[in-house]
Ligand binder design. Structure first.
Ligand SMILES: Cc1cc2nc3c(=O)[nH]c(=O)nc-3n(C[C@H](O)[C@H](O)[C@H](O)COP(=O)(O)OP(=O)(O)OC[C@H]3O[C@@H](n4cnc5c(N)ncnc54)[C@H](O)[C@@H]3O)c2cc1C
Length: 393
């Protein structure tokens, strides 16, 4: 956080701290009581829980607010998660919640609807039930919404035999009759990709652009059939996908259908802070949106961080968890920097206030003794004093 003079602002008091020869008065004890948590995490999927675990283990107070609807909720299993290959998504998250709680982190059900900056320099988030929580840092890990093609049957079979991700489901549909529903320029790429898992792939052009000569040659060389004409619906029998029906009445037997949803960042809660999702492109084509952030997850608004699918459309469960760890370490470093800044400023303020009398007392060890410095540190930082304590002994 920065004050209008361009100096860092204390997250405790909002005062402008200048670490030059100037000395400012910092009223830390009163304001410290304003915030309930060091970090509030909006979203308790793999990203948010992983971040909360890291922050809890770093002795930060953390609250995770989770609406309980992770992106892969429709899928029966999580694949490509080393060490827990094939685990049900809900099981993995339940383990994560217990791990966070075992280090003192809190996880509650709820939906964060808005966030605003507080006068103290932190954030106040509001939940759908009207309750409010304060924190010095806000981490948003709300994931994304998959906007599915508007074809009857697609939404109903999503995550079961209607798929999008070869690494999540390719193995499960290996050697099956796969259809690719063409909705954009990247559908050709999807068809060529799924060909790795099955020799029986049909591309239904549907609303995708006409093929270029190169694309037609590539598809033909890989033995991928191309069907033109709009798709009307997916055929389902006894809770299984059985085919693709075209508007002209033709039906093609298929066991799985691949779609390319638009992936839209869940960023509505950030609007009040001036942050919005921005369009995201792959190979020059818009495929969805993300909240822009730097490599560590810091957004354009100091103190607000994002990670996982809300910031990276390609993130899988494992890489989302890794992003959670990374952003948590960055947030902790940010808090450590400010804790230190604040401690130095408070120490300078105290020394200046005591004046000449204190300077005399120094020689006797009464004021600036290790003991008195430790007391000051305790008062200023409270539970955040870890790491400074030993240096002052
Ligand atoms: C059908 C399907 C199957 C998949 N299978 C796999 C797979 O096998 N392997 C793999 O690696 N990846 C898979 N993925 C991708 C995987 O789901 C994502 O990579 C992962 O879920 C991203 O994690 P996240 O924490 O960023 O978001 P999410 O897991 O989506 O978690 C976000 C959480 O935030 C909550 N939330 C949203 N808004 C709010 C709010 N305002 N306040 C509070 N909480 C909120 C949501 O309810 C949710 O619980 C699959 C995706 C889909 C669609």
């Amino acid at each position: 956080m920065f004050c209008r003079l361009g100096k860092r602002v204390s997250r405790f008091s909002g005062a402008c701290l200048m670490l030059g020869p100037e000395v400012v008065t910092v009223t830390v004890l009163k304001d410290r009581q304003v915030a309930s948590y060091d970090v509030v995490v909006a979203g308790g999927g793999p990203t948010g829980l992983s971040a909360a675990l890291t922050l809890s283990r770093a002795r930060r107070s953390v609250l995770v607010v989770d609406a309980g609807r992770p992106r892969n909720a429709a899928a029966g299993h999580v694949h490509n998660y080393l060490g827990r290959e094939g685990a049900p998504p809900g099981e993995l998250l339940a383990l994560g919640r217990a791990e966070v709680q075992s280090y003192g982190g809190r996880v509650v059900g709820g939906t964060v609807v808005s966030a605003e900056r507080t006068a103290e320099g932190g954030f106040r988030v509001e939940l759908a039930d009207g309750s409010r929580v304060d924190a010095w840092r806000l981490l948003v890990t709300t994931g994304l919404v998959d906007e599915l093609p508007d074809v009857p049957g697609v939404a109903q079979r999503w995550g079961r035999d209607v798929l999008h991700c070869p690494y999540c489901h390719g193995w499960e549909v290996r050697d099956q009759a796969i259809g690719v529903l063409g909705t954009g320029p990247l559908s050709v790429h999807q068809a060529l990709t799924f060909r790795q898992w099955s020799v029986d792939v049909t591309l239904f052009l549907h609303i995708a652009p006409e093929l270029t000569a190169d694309q037609a040659e590539q598809l033909s060389a890989r033995g991928i059939e191309v069907v033109t004409g709009p798709v009307q619906a997916l055929e389902v029998n006894q809770d299984r996908l059985t085919g693709v029906r075209l508007r002209d009445g033709r039906v093609f037997a298929r066991q799985a259908v691949v779609v390319g949803p638009r992936a839209l960042a869940r960023a509505g809660l950030l609007t009040g802070l001036g942050l919005q999702a921005a369009e995201q492109e792959i190979d020059g084509h818009v495929v969805g949106s993300v909240v822009p952030a730097d490599a560590a997850g810091a957004t354009a608004v100091p103190g607000v961080w994002v990670a996982g699918n809300v910031a990276d459309l390609r993130a899988q469960v494992l890489s989302s968890a890794a992003a959670g760890l990374g952003v948590a370490a960055a947030i902790n470093a940010d808090l450590i920097a400010q804790d230190t800044l604040l401690a130095v400023a408070a120490q300078r303020a105290r020394r200046a206030a005591t004046g000449a009398a204190a300077a005399t007392a120094v020689t006797t060890g009464a004021v600036f003794s290790a003991r008195s410095e430790q007391d000051l540190c305790d008062r200023v930082l409270g539970e955040r004093r870890h790491g400074l304590q030993s240096e002052l002994r």
